[in-house]
Design a protein around this ligand. Structure first.
Ligand code: HEM
Length: 115
């Protein structure tokens, strides 16, 4: 949530100074022009054809906010997640169980950490 410091015009919309504006990070991160099939879990979209990290792939930084109030913990958060994921993949084999009930993540939005 940010406050506009002075009158502004964006795409023909007048935004009075002092207005509260909320950037729609969700829409930015689900824009199919940037992320084709945005609801599909496909980490490979950030890899090249040969499996290397694609440095040209658009970084999903919109989750961390914008402008001069952008999250200062962005790099610590990203690196922590990288270390956690790498450690899990180093220590465990991740696969679906054979037989029994299987459940796959739907990607559907829920309002909390538990359902
Ligand atoms: C996945 C993890 C994280 C996400 C998604 C996240 C996201 C955000 C977002 C959206 C904002 C608001 C930015 C804006 O107003 O435009 C923010 C602000 C902030 N974040 Fe994070 N954050 C994360 C982790 C962290 C960590 C690890 C730290 C510190 C170690 C941190 C410290 C802060 C601080 C201090 C602000 C306020 C910055 C300001 O108002 O100038 N965040 N974060």
């Amino acid at each position: 949530m940010h406050k506009v410091t002075e009158d502004d015009v964006y795409r023909g919309y007048h935004i009075p100074g002092g207005s509260t504006v909320i950037a729609n990070s969700w829409a930015i991160l689900h824009d199919p022009a940037t992320y084709p099939d945005p609801d599909k879990f496909s980490p490979e979209q950030f890899l090249t054809d040969t499996g290397e990290l694609n440095l040209d792939a658009p970084e999903p930084t919109a989750a961390f906010g914008f402008g001069r109030r952008i999250c200062p913990g962005m790099y610590m958060a990203s690196d922590s997640l990288w270390i956690a994921a790498a450690s899990l993949l180093w220590a465990f084999r991740v696969e679906k169980p054979e037989g029994g009930e299987q459940e796959s993540p739907t990607g559907n939005y829920t309002s909390g950490l538990v359902r």
